[in-house]
Unconditional design. Structure first.
Length: 388
């Protein structure tokens, strides 16, 4: 009797599930915005201070958060800005900083001890921990560990160029102050070394203000570490070290940054999260400097800006934004105070029309003030003409 071999039928296969496209991470999205071959520019304390001074500018928040090289972008747009230190000033600043920190920071510690009014003799047994690590994340972690160890040791420590991390609009920023000193009582003091001079114990007020705002960012970053460190407290007084008079000898002054710290904290909190700004951009938007000027103009204009004349001293794209503001006749180009005084009149054309009585509600105090000013100007011009 023949044997029947079993027949193995293929098992029915269920249709393979449709593969969902992988979600693009924020890091990848920001890399697309920079351009595939463009390395990210670090967000330093100076840029953060400028960003905090103008928190309504989504354009700068996104470009800085994505690490876009704004100098290269401004050049590609045809609006280059002469921005930053000259090579000579940079080298002079580095040489002065090296002089201040020589011999284990002996002169720096003497100045700090003297200016802060510490009792006794200047500290001599000062620990200088090694902060070497791989990458900014590693250096930030090593700095946090060194701060905790120095605080627990209860002595004097000098951290030379520590790396601090601060969350800004949902993206990490890595900051590098010139130095941080740990006191025996657990206080941490930020040290800023600048190359502009102090003449007769006084320095340029604008430069000191900029240094104070920059130092306030470092204080905020240190406070995050101090919150999880027993016995630690961040001092609100910063030591500003500069050349004395016209020499290369260091002198110092203590700057209270409580006001700048409060303002910077509030302004950084107001910043729109970077991923929210990036999500609203048209698909394919990129700020790669290799793209054509037309494409870059479209990309830049797709992000709202908040131009003010103060941007000329703080942002590489200021010339481009100023040109656009002038083309649109925006009153912001005249300054924030002027913009605030004009209320709902947002263009120069509408302001002139209101002053001439062609537009605007006469009951509006702003319109009434403009018409009164125009009438006074006309009377003055008539009087001057009559004198001739």
């Amino acid at each position: 009797m023949p044997q029947h071999r079993p027949v193995h039928l293929p098992r029915p296969t269920s249709p393979s599930p449709r593969e969902e496209p992988r979600a693009v991470t924020l890091r990848e999205r920001l890399a697309e915005l920079r351009g595939p071959a463009v390395a990210p520019r670090p967000l330093d304390a100076r840029a953060l201070a400028a960003l905090a001074a103008n928190p309504g500018c989504k354009r700068r928040a996104l470009l800085d958060g994505a690490g876009v090289d704004k100098t290269a972008l401004a050049t590609a747009l045809g609006s280059p800005a002469a921005f930053g230190q000259s090579q000579f000033a940079f080298m002079r600043g580095n040489a002065f900083e090296a002089k201040v920190k020589a011999d284990g920071g002996t002169e720096l510690m003497r100045l700090l001890h003297e200016r802060l009014g510490e009792p006794g003799e200047p500290p001599r047994d000062v620990q200088v921990p090694d902060l070497t690590a791989a990458g900014p994340e590693g250096r930030a972690a090593r700095t946090a560990l060194a701060l905790r160890e120095a605080t627990a040791a209860g002595g004097w420590s000098l951290l030379d160029h520590p790396m601090l991390a601060l969350q800004v609009a949902g993206s990490p920023a890595y900051l590098e102050p010139d130095a941080v000193v740990v006191h025996p009582d657990g206080t941490w003091t930020v040290v800023e070394i600048k190359s502009f001079p102090m003449i007769d114990s006084s320095a340029d007020a604008a430069k000191v203000g900029a240094a104070a705002r920059q130092s306030a960012v470092y204080v905020l970053a240190l406070e995050r570490i101090a919150e999880v460190t027993d016995g630690a407290a961040v001092g609100h007084r910063v030591l500003l070290v500069c050349p004395r008079d016209f020499s290369n000898l260091p002198t110092a002054s203590v700057v209270d940054v409580r006001k700048q710290r409060a303002v910077t904290r509030r302004q950084l909190t107001r910043l729109t999260r970077i991923e929210d700004i990036a999500a609203a951009l048209p698909e394919g938007t990129t700020f790669d400097p290799e793209r054509s000027p037309e494409e870059l103009v479209t990309a830049v204009e797709s992000v709202a800006a908040a131009y003010a004349p103060e941007c000329l001293a703080a942002c590489e794209l200021a010339f481009h934004c100023r040109g656009r503001a002038r083309e649109a006749g925006a009153v912001e180009a005249l300054g924030r105070s002027v913009r605030g005084e004009l209320g709902g009149l947002t263009t120069v054309g509408s302001v002139l029309a209101a002053a001439a009585g062609k537009e605007g509600d006469p009951a509006d105090p702003t319109v009434a003030a403009l018409r009164r000013a125009a009438a006074l100007r006309a009377e003055a011009l008539e009087g001057r003409t009559g004198c001739h």
